[in-house]
Design a protein around this ligand. Structure first.
Ligand code: NAD
Length: 497
């Protein structure tokens, strides 16, 4: 919830660093530094200082944003795919030119190391480029008539309409860019709501699009009370599609709201990724790869590896290697050059991590390292490795979304595949093996949207990214990410008389 505070609080202003931008909403072509929903502070998770004050949209601004998106759609859809491509390429040029500055904003508000933030900004530009390129090839098709009297039968692919997009705080540039890149490339207008915890870097991306020539009405940005913003925008008659990245709980709620208006919906939800370390795996390589994959962004990654199933003879060596790697990580502010793991993104995450650990330990789990808040100020939680985690506890079933790894041993591959699939989630999944047959079997049998064998890099601009089961449906990125913002239309033209 928003911690509303007064604009007149001098203590709050004193602690604002100059590198963090002034926060504003973009509604109906105007940047608003004040709005009818009040304000809330944006906090630096590395030292708990206030970075800025975020204006919050109320009903007036939300209605204005949706109406603006309706107008913006009519302008933007008229441009050819090539014209849209040219504008979007200009936007990504601006993103690359400003990458360091945008990354600094991202690190201040979200906490991840600056190098990770910089990679996020440049990868986001690549994602938008890929979508803008693909949009030039959004072909329809001609279908031969089956009866006389017909001149042509065409299947057209058209933009679905104004989109409402909601993104979380863990990738404050990448996740908005996935949605904005595809929607705008396809010819849709957008109202985007970034997470209120991390609005600054998304504002900077929106500036790049607008300065590049996206019509002001085609791109609105609002923040506010999340439940109010989402229910208002989804119910608004102008909005034709909703794209949501976030938790399963909120994803289901928004899905129900979309169903009421029969609105297209793409939910990209949480994960509980398994990693199978097989009998024939190179265990040293598996450990070396798993440490950065697990603790990147302090584990706040939807496809982050969580449940490690290790062939029993390798278990002790794997556990030992992972624990040593976790303990060696340098924690610190993302803006410090030698930091390897930053803080959690907000205070609530710390409490949640502790609840996950304490419940599991209370039910018999063993802590191999970490398990508690770090001594330093800021929202730091120690990299944590646990084993003997009972099936019944939350950690075994629910995404911790933090720096916690859970280890278990297995004896036979069938058993490991069964354990990997025994989850309501199905987003990322990984395995280590040197056997080609095993690699193909795992690729075939694991129930997940993305499977990485001997590799954690499943999130790339050209590859579709999405979940199975309660992790969602539909995809972002790749050609499929673009098609998600289009609708088909069949046009039959008969002989006039
Ligand atoms: P969340 O569901 O609480 O919030 C996500 C976004 O939805 C935020 O912008 C939030 O403000 C907004 N929101 C809209 N309506 C809301 C409502 N009625 N109530 C609350 N929030 C509402 O998720 P979070 O904790 O911010 O993000 C973490 C989750 O996102 C994790 O589950 C993670 O796995 C998931 N995630 C998924 C992907 C993916 O691509 N599948 C990528 C990143 C994160």
């Amino acid at each position: 919830m928003a911690h509303t505070c007064s604009l007149a609080n001098p203590a709050v202003f004193k602690s604002m660093p100059s590198t963090y931008p002034a926060l504003a909403l973009h509604v109906a072509g105007q940047w608003l530094t004040q709005a009818s929903g009040g304000v809330r502070p944006v906090i630096n998770p590395a030292d708990e200082s206030v970075l800025g004050l975020l204006p919050l949209a109320g009903q007036t601004e939300l209605a204005a944003a949706a109406e603006s998106a309706r107008r913006g759609f009519l302008q933007w859809r008229r441009l050819s795919a090539l014209e849209r491509f040219t504008i979007l390429r200009r936007a990504t040029d601006l993103m690359r030119t400003r990458a360091k500055q945008i990354a600094a904003v991202l690190t201040l508000e979200q906490g991840k190391p600056l190098a990770e933030a910089l990679r996020e900004v440049t990868l986001s530009a690549d994602i938008i480029d890929f979508q803008a390129e693909e949009a030039k090839r959004l072909y329809g098709r001609m279908v031969p008539p089956r009866v006389p009297g017909i001149l042509s039968q065409t299947v057209l692919r058209q933009p679905v309409g104004p989109v409402a997009a909601f993104t979380p705080w863990n990738f404050p540039v990448n996740l908005p860019s996935r949605k904005l890149g595809s929607a705008l490339a396809a010819g849709c207008s957008v109202v985007i709501k970034p997470a209120e915890e991390t609005p600054g870097s998304c504002i900077e991306i929106v500036r790049c699009f607008l300065e590049a020539g996206v019509p002001p009405d085609a791109l609105n940005l609002v923040c506010g009370d999340p439940a109010e913003v989402s229910s208002t925008l989804i119910a608004h008659e102008a909005i034709r599609k909703v794209s949501f990245t976030g938790s399963v709980t909120v994803g289901k709620l928004l899905g129900e709201q979309c169903a009421r208006g029969v609105k297209r919906y793409t939910p990209e939800l949480g994960g509980h990724a398994p990693v199978i370390v097989c009998e024939d795996a190179d265990v040293g390589f598996a450990i070396k790869s798993s440490i950065p994959a697990k603790f990147r962004n302090a584990g706040q990654v939807c496809a982050s590896p969580i449940r490690f199933y290790v062939h029993r003879p390798h278990f002790d060596a794997f556990a030992d290697g992972l624990v040593k790697g976790a303990q060696a990580l340098k924690l610190g502010a993302g803006s410090d050059a030698d930091t390897q793991m930053g803080p959690l993104a907000h205070a609530g995450r710390l409490d949640d991590m502790q609840r996950f650990v304490d419940e599991a330990v209370g039910m018999g789990a063993r802590l191999l390292c970490g398990g508690k808040r770090s001594q330093r100020s800021g929202y730091f939680f120690e990299p944590t490795v646990m084993t003997d985690v009972p099936d019944g506890c939350r950690l075994a079933r629910e995404e911790p979304f933090g720096p916690i790894a859970v280890l278990a041993a297995f004896d036979a591959l069938d058993e490991a595949i069964g354990l990997a699939n025994a989850s309501r989630y199905g987003l990322g999944a990984y395995a280590f093996t040197r056997d080609l047959v095993t690699a193909h079997r795992l690729g075939e049998e694991i129930e997940a949207g993305m499977v990485g064998i001997n590799h954690f890099g499943v999130s790339q601009p050209a590859l579709p990214f999405g979940g199975w089961k309660e992790s969602g449906h539909g995809q972002e990125m790749g050609l499929e990410g673009l098609l998600a913002y289009t609708d088909l239309k069949t046009v039959v033209v008969g002989v006039p008389s």
